[in-house]
Design a protein around this ligand. Structure first.
Ligand code: GTP
Ligand code: MG
Length: 150
C-alpha cells in the first residue's frame, strides 16, 4: 500500500493543531501506521532537508525544525502522497487555498505548520530516516469496506 511521511512542525505542535491535522487525514479515509513525538537534533533536521542544503533558508529551516517537538507520522492509503500534499497546501501559506492545512492555519513560509513527502521516492527515504521498519504497524481497518470498493 502507498505510504507517506507527514510531520507536524514545532509551530503546529505549539499551536495545538495535532488533533485537527490527524483528524483531517483520518476522516479522509487514510490509515495511521506510525507516530511519535520527538525533538530532532539540528543535524537530523539537516538530513531530513538535505535537498535544501546550501539554500539561504537552510540554516533557519533546520534551526526551526530542531527548536521543539515534532509529531512524525506515516499515513497509508490510495493516493496518499499526492493527496496528502493537496491537503497540506502550497509551500507559502498565503498562496495555499483556504481549506488546506497551511491555508487555514499559516501566514509565513518559515512557519508553515506541516511537512509532507513530495513523491513516493521521498516518502520511502523519509520514512526510513524517521522510523524503523518495526515502528510501522500493519493492521486492517473495518471502515475500509466503506472507503474502498475493494
Ligand atoms: P516541506 O513539506 O516542509 O518539505 O515543504 P514543501 O515541500 O512545500 O517546500 P520545500 O521542500 O520547497 O521547502 C521546505 C521548507 O523550507 C518549506 O516548508 C519552508 O518551511 C522552507 N522554505 C522553503 N522555501 C523557503 C523560503 O523561500 N524562505 C524560507 N524562510 N523558508 C523556505
Ligand atoms: Mg519539501
Amino acid at each position: 500500500a502507498e505510504r507517506t511521511f507527514i510531520a507536524i512542525k514545532p509551530d503546529g505542535v505549539q499551536r495545538g493543531l495535532i488533533a485537527d491535522i490527524i483528524a483531517r487525514f483520518e476522516r479522509k479515509g487514510y490509515k495511521l501506521v506510525a507516530v511519535k513525538i520527538l525533538v530532532p537534533t539540528k543535524e537530523f533536521a539537516g538530513k531530513h532537508y538535505a535537498e535544501h542544503e546550501g539554500r539561504p533558508f537552510f540554516e533557519g529551516l533546520t534551526d526551526f525544525l530542531s527548536s521543539g517537538p515534532v509529531l512524525a507520522m506515516v499515513w497509508e492509503g490510495q493516493g496518499v502522497v499526492t493527496y496528502g500534499r493537496k491537503m497540506i497546501g502550497a509551500t507559502k501559506p498565503l498562496e495555499s487555498a483556504p481549506g488546506t492545512i497551511r491555508g487555514d492555519f499559516g501566514i509565513q513560509v518559515g512557519r508553515n505548520i506541516i511537512h509532507g513527502s513530495d513523491s513516493p521516492d521521498s516518502a520511502k527515504k523519509e520514512i526510513g530516516l524517521w522510523f524503523t521498519p518495526e515502528d510501522l504497524v500493519s493492521y486492517g481497518l473495518d471502515i475500509h469496506k466503506w472507503v474502498y470498493e475493494k
